[in-house]
Design a protein around this ligand. Structure first.
Ligand code: KG4
Ligand code: ZN
Length: 341
């Protein structure tokens, strides 16, 4: 089955062609980062308008790259939530219109399920069951995964998502949007041990996260640097490193707790923050201690992309699932409500 996948939930237009027998045939991405950067974050209306401009040329591009035509496509998968409604509607209406014209099924895919399954596109995909850490700009969740659509929420953030904490902290330090990669880059120049930051909610039982206090701690330390006329590039790098280490330690402690609670030794990390090298290294080390294994996607498929949507949609279409003709776009949509495959 050849599936065309469309991702338009936020600030990247992602398109891909996935074949159930041959794997990923082509994928293309247009990132709107430069468009939003001057505003320090994503402007929804600009995002929607840009998706309209990019989506059809990108579809032509992946078809050409794969040497296929629209007539070869057996089904269409599009992100139908959660995300910015105006942006989602672009992918949803395009997918629906094409499916109607071609008389093929279309399916709305949950964006976080897309992220969660992205490591399945790699050479050694994880086997079920496993614990998944979903860390993106909008979500921080620990999920027990027994199969596609068989998800049990173990814990999540009670305030900011991990990626959001990276982005807000970066903004405070005068770094560019998106903050995650900027902080990670700056942290490489940092010296460890100078700033002490908390590991929120690790001193009590449970699998919940809270990152908004951490951001405030960074702000307080930065103000102290300013007051001492010590707000130079080295201080900024030291603080970026301290912040990254605090997030990484906190996530590692909670992942270990979740694996021990569930009696599992396989961990999948997915979403934009799973591209973070320090996080990967810390989790590799923890899993080595547990005789387990950590799985993640190549960096390009950690952040938003069309390949993960094509893959997730293909699994559901293969199982005979698809939707009626309604165009569905959902700003909020709990992943635990998904049907099992
Ligand atoms: O999954 P994603 O592309 O979009 C959402 O679904 O939200 O995640 C974007 C988030 C942003 O907050 C970004 O700062 C963060 O992922 N991110 C990173 C890194 N690359 C992206 N955070 C830390 N380290 C990175 N290398
Ligand atoms: Zn995402």
């Amino acid at each position: 089955m050849l599936v065309l996948g469309l991702e338009t939930s936020c600030d990247e237009t992602g398109v891909a062609l996935y074949d159930s027998a041959q794997g990923l045939l082509a994928d293309a991405l247009f990132s709107q980062i430069d468009l939003h950067r001057v505003y320090g974050g994503v402007v929804p209306e600009l995002a929607s308008r840009d998706h309209v401009k990019r989506v059809l040329p990108l579809i032509r591009q992946v078809l050409d790259e794969a040497g296929r035509t629209l007539q070869n496509v057996d089904g269409i998968a599009y992100t139908s939530g959660p995300g910015l409604v105006g942006a989602l509607l672009v992918g949803a209406s395009c997918a629906r219109a094409m499916a109607f014209a071609l008389d093929i099924p279309a399916i709305g895919v949950h964006h976080m399920e897309g992220h969660l399954l992205a490591p399945m596109l790699e050479e050694q995909p994880p086997e079920f069951p496993f614990v998944a850490l979903l860390v993106s700009g909008g979500h921080t969740q620990l999920v027990r995964v027994d199969g596609i659509g068989r998800y049990a929420l173990l814990g999540e953030s009670i305030d900011d998502a991990a990626g959001e904490a990276f982005d807000k902290t970066a903004k405070m330090l005068g770094l560019r949007y998106p903050g995650g990669p900027e902080i990670a880059k700056l942290a490489e120049q940092g010296v460890s041990g100078r700033f002490k930051l908390p590991r929120p909610m690790t001193d009590r039982p449970g699998l919940e996260f809270s990152f908004s206090g951490l951001k405030t701690s960074v702000l307080n330390q930065w103000h102290k640097c300013r007051a001492a006329a010590d707000d130079n590039e080295q201080s900024k790098a030291d603080l970026a490193l301290a912040f990254e280490q605090a997030v990484v330690d906190t996530l590692t402690i909670k992942c270990r707790r979740a694996l021990e609670q569930e009696g599992l030794q396989r961990l999948v990390i997915a979403g934009g923050v799973s591209a973070n090298t320090a996080l990967r290294q810390s989790l590799e080390q923890m899993l080595a201690e547990l005789n387990g294994e950590v799985f993640y996607a190549r960096p390009r498929f950690c952040t938003d992309n069309g390949a993960m949507i094509a893959y997730a949609g293909c699994q559901r279409l293969l199982a005979g699932q698809h939707e009626n003709l309604a165009i569905s776009a959902r700003a909020r949509w709990p992943m635990m409500e998904l049907e099992p495959v």
